[in-house]
Design a binder for this molecule. Structure first.
Ligand SMILES: [Zn+2]
Length: 508
């Protein structure tokens, strides 16, 4: 009796197993080969959306691309084994290491085209700034604790004996104070200790601007400062610069400490500096995007817009557009100034002269900071930063459809505490979905590095790019520049020649 029950149970169990085996059989459409086909078609469809998809590499470029990909794989394998991936860590911990890599040398030699997002007052080199301050007898520095008005390290030129309390001649401090030079330099640049929340970092960031403005706008110095900044770019194989300037008419000297010089004077210096830099790079071009601070009230900004518009009429080859800058999370939203920009529309219609907008917007981690809607509605030609675009999918689609170029500053975003790990920087999504990008460095003096090679190094590894991506990013920096079509044509011809020579030399 017991045995027969066991037999029945066994038969039933086998029937159930049999049924299950039958149910689990893979349908024919899910065999491995068709699965892989579908998988590949999905990946191909994604790759076809990328902003670099249209780039067709020549045979020589394909060879360089192969070398680069091999180099990248070896580097990634090394970083995985050491559990330290530099683009996901504090930049200053890896700066020296980056400089020692073969990839960095390659990127330094690469003709990068233009830099479209660069604040002139923070474009130079801190050592040059400190040395020049020490060679300038009238340059003073505030060397006491912050007093609410002035901060330690704030520089400005004064006649000897006429400086406000707390300001001392730089030369005097250099001989009297131990390690003064290093102390002053440390007040001008960030280092690896700058690793806090973006709000705190911005406070320090704006202090540095307060320290350097009186140095940079001192008329006997500023043209040399501009030249040295451009020289840094030229050495990094950058041929075009679009400079955000907040002080079109605020240069001063000892004869006119309070009265700003006429813009004509300022522009004349620009012409002279361009001539100087063209002795180093005959193809070098540059222009200005006037940038004021979003903190100001509406009337102040309207006065500034009309001033800039008038001068755009006089100097269209130099003055290309208008922008509002500073910390978005703390300053007025773009909507606060929208009526001014709408009035600008009618000013343009009445005069027939345009003042294109190149707005800083979307440099925030918060969903509530939705300035990008206004930037796009106002017809911004490019977007300065814009990384929080990923929060607004409809707007992102519009940016892609209208091919509005975004000025991405990877290391600035990381150093200011917005995106810690560059592998998940939103711009990699934008690039993959067909939005044109350019790469810039924002305020490299304060970040204590030169040129664009560090930024390219970081995203090349973090976004796993290839030569087609690098080529498209470099081309974008000229195609989406504020130059006229004729100027762009010339600049692209210069770049094209240099790129081809570069590729020829890079074959191992
Ligand atoms: Zn900026």
């Amino acid at each position: 009796m017991q045995k027969s029950a066991q037999f029945v149970a066994l038969v039933l169990m086998m029937a159930v197993i049999g049924c299950k085996t039958h149910d689990l059989k893979e349908p024919e459409s899910k065999d491995l080969s068709s699965y892989m086909q579908v998988r590949k078609s999905w990946k191909d469809a994604d790759a076809a959306r990328s902003s670099a998809a249209a780039v067709v590499l020549t045979e020589a470029e394909q060879k360089v691309d192969g070398q680069l990909r091999k180099m990248r794989l070896e580097m990634l394998s090394h970083y995985k084994s050491t559990h330290f991936f530099p683009p996901a860590r504090n930049f200053y911990q890896s700066k020296k290491h980056i400089e020692e890599t073969a990839l960095f040398g390659f990127l330094q030699r690469m003709p990068k085209g233009g830099i479209l997002h660069l604040h002139m007052s923070a474009m130079g080199d801190a050592d040059w700034m400190v040395n020049r301050a020490m060679q300038t007898p009238e340059m003073h520095v505030y060397w006491r604790h912050h007093n609410g008005e002035h901060i330690k390290g704030e520089m400005r030129a004064f006649e000897r004996g006429k400086a406000p309390t707390g300001f001392f001649p730089v030369q005097e401090l250099a001989s009297d104070v131990v390690s003064f030079k290093d102390s002053l330099r440390a007040l001008l640049v960030f280092d690896e200790h700058i690793d806090r929340d973006s709000v705190d970092i911005w406070t320090e960031f704006e202090r540095v601007f307060q320290r350097i403005t009186g140095f940079v706008t001192y008329r006997p110095i500023w043209s040399d400062y501009l030249y040295e900044g451009l020289l840094i770019l030229a050495k990094d194989n950058i041929q075009h610069a679009e400079l955000r300037l907040p002080f079109l008419n605020t240069l001063y000297d000892l004869d006119a400490p309070a009265n700003p010089y006429a813009l004509a004077d300022f522009v004349q210096t620009f012409v002279e500096v361009q001539q100087r830099i063209r002795k180093i790079d005959p193809g070098f071009t540059m222009n200005i995007i006037h940038a004021n601070l979003r903190f100001f009230d509406q009337q102040t900004i309207w006065n500034d817009i009309t001033f800039t518009h008038q001068n755009r009429t006089k100097y269209p080859q130099w003055l290309k557009g208008y922008d509002l800058v500073a910390e978005e999370d703390a300053g007025h939203p773009t909507l606060f100034h929208v009526e001014n920009f709408l009035r600008l529309d009618s000013l343009e219609t009445a005069t027939g002269v345009s003042l294109p907008l190149y707005l800083h917007d979307g440099e925030s981690d918060w969903v509530s900071v939705d300035n990008l809607y206004d930037a796009i509605l106002l017809g911004t030609r490019r977007i300065g930063h814009g990384f929080n675009l990923f929060r607004f999918p409809g707007l992102m689609e519009r940016v892609r459809e209208e091919q509005i170029c975004m000025e991405i500053n990877p290391l600035s975003n990381q150093i200011l505490g917005y995106v810690r790990d560059l592998r998940i920087h939103p711009a990699s999504i934008f690039w993959g979905s067909g939005i044109p990008l350019t790469i810039s460095s924002d305020d490299p003096l304060i970040f204590d590095y030169h040129g664009l090679s560090y930024d390219f190094w970081s995203i090349f590894l973090a976004w796993e790019l290839g030569l087609a991506d690098l080529k498209a990013l470099c081309q974008n920096s000229l195609v989406h520049s504020a130059m006229t079509p004729e100027e762009k044509k010339k600049a692209l011809a210069v770049w094209d020649k240099r790129w081809n020579e570069f590729i020829k030399k890079e074959q191992f």
